[in-house]
Design a protein around this ligand. Structure first.
Ligand code: HAM
Length: 425
């Protein structure tokens, strides 16, 4: 878990700004769900057999004897909210988005944190593949808006209850004689859910995967038509994508469409060898037509995805992509002596109301130190408030580039500044 220091905040702010703008354009409404929920929600939602639930959840025992979990992902919490607040009776589809912190007890490594942030979009009550394509388009657009260049969208279909069980059997038959070539984890996974072996990053398992049967060849008519139509939507929207027949995603609830958005990251090996390209998944998502029902609701189709904010920030920094521009002060207020200092707080507040962005150094008394700070901030004007000005009801206005000074009436200072700042923009 880590602190996000002031210097990194503009990156987070830029990502959340872009998300808000795009969400609003596409008609998504914001929802905020609790950070802790009953652990059962994730056991049933995310799935008991997933790494997230099996190994990565932070759990808390309450004094009352309940077991809660720090949310490892947003989707089950948002589905719970959909059911709990009767959103089925709202006009469908219900389009929701959110962002915030999540918690996974991961092995610390590059791009993986135990507290991290996601932006998350979910759509309920619409089964058309157009919605899957729209979710992909939204995340693609957020990343483009942040000025990411080369992005790779990988898509696949993992079928549904009609066709997946048969494919699992076909895959298990392929894996069984090759068990010894799999990692320890996959030997176990093979029995519980052979699909998960396709997700394994171990080199040995990757080799076995190369020749494995592909689910695409075993989809039922409904899933095949859905997938074909999704690809047509992506083509029409000019969204470049690759088919990855082995993309399965490590969460239990997906049906039909699954996708990830990657970008290649350059890694310089420590020994000084050649740079290698490492893939980093920025976004992951897909359709989950059974989850609303599994979590106690009606049969409501749904689709969604989430992006990892820290990973996006790391790449923005690495590639020199611009963070949010937080405007600095254009005016500085310097005060000389006790009485002027006492008047400063009120004057600052009047200038804030007039929307003049102003810097100050209330703890300093010497004019020289204060002007040095004004210089450092790069302001265009400095207001100087001394004993005499207080008595006269005036204030000195110093133009920083020329050093010219003039005296203006206190009650006119806000208007005067606004006028001058407008002219110098
Ligand atoms: P996920 O693939 O587990 O999906 O996470 C989505 C993204 O969150 C990843 O692609 C990655 O960028 C980021 N991420 C995940 N774990 C970490 C970590 N430990 N540190 C930093 N970043 C991380 C989900 O969470 C699904 N709920 C997505 C979804 C929404 N599917 C349907 N609706």
């Amino acid at each position: 878990m880590h602190d996000i220091l002031p210097e990194d905040q503009p990156y987070f702010q830029r990502i959340f700004q872009a998300t808000d703008e795009i969400a609003q354009f596409y008609g998504f409404e914001k929802i905020t769900v609790p950070v802790v929920e009953n652990i059962e929600l994730y056991e049933r939602g995310t799935g008991l057999g997933t790494d997230i639930v099996e190994k990565e959840m932070f759990s808390i025992k309450t004094k009352g004897g309940d077991t809660l979990a720090l949310r490892p992902e947003f989707t089950p919490g948002i589905v719970r909210a959909y059911n709990q607040h009767g959103m089925l009776s709202w006009p469908q589809p219900v389009k929701l988005y959110t962002y915030g912190p999540l918690f996974r007890y991961e092995n610390p490594q590059a791009g993986r944190f135990r507290q991290f942030h996601q932006i998350d979009f979910e759509v309920f009550g619409e089964q058309s593949p157009a919605i899957d394509a729209q979710i992909i388009q939204i995340f693609y657009t957020v990343l483009k808006e942040l000025k990411f260049g080369h992005l790779i969208v990988e898509v696949n279909s993992i079928g549904d209850v009609q066709c997946r069980p048969y494919y699992k059997k076909v895959l298990a038959n392929y894996l069984r004689p090759r068990q010894n070539a799999l990692c320890q984890n996959c030997k176990r996974r093979m029995k519980e859910n052979p699909l998960r072996t396709l997700d394994c990053k171990d080199e040995k398992c990757q080799r076995v995967k190369l020749q494995a049967p592909q689910i695409i060849d075993h989809l039922c008519e409904g899933c095949k038509a859905h997938f074909k139509s999704l690809l047509e939507f992506l083509d029409e929207a000019d969204l470049p994508y690759h088919l990855d027949p082995y993309l399965v995603r490590g969460l239990d609830y997906y049906t039909k469409t699954v996708f990830e958005i990657f970008t290649d990251k350059q890694i310089q090996p420590e020994e000084g060898g050649e740079t290698v390209l490492q893939r980093s998944a920025l976004v992951g998502g897909g359709r989950y037509d059974n989850l609303v029902k599994i979590l106690g609701g009606k049969d409501v189709p749904a689709s969604g995805a989430a992006a990892g904010v820290e990973r996006i920030v790391a790449l923005m920094k690495e590639r020199g992509l611009p963070p949010a521009q937080i405007p600095g002060p254009r005016v500085f207020l310097a005060q000389l002596g006790d009485l002027p200092k006492k008047k400063t707080l009120k004057l600052l507040e009047e200038l804030r109301k007039a929307k003049i962005n102003i810097g100050e150094s209330l703890g300093r008394d010497s004019l020289r130190t204060q002007l040095a700070k004004a210089d450092k901030l790069g302001v265009e004007y400095t207001l100087i408030l001394g004993q005499r000005e207080i008595l006269d009801g005036t204030i000195v206005l110093r133009k920083m580039d020329t050093g010219e000074q003039e005296t203006v009436r206190m009650e006119k200072v806000a208007d005067e500044l606004k006028q001058r700042l407008k002219n110098s923009k």
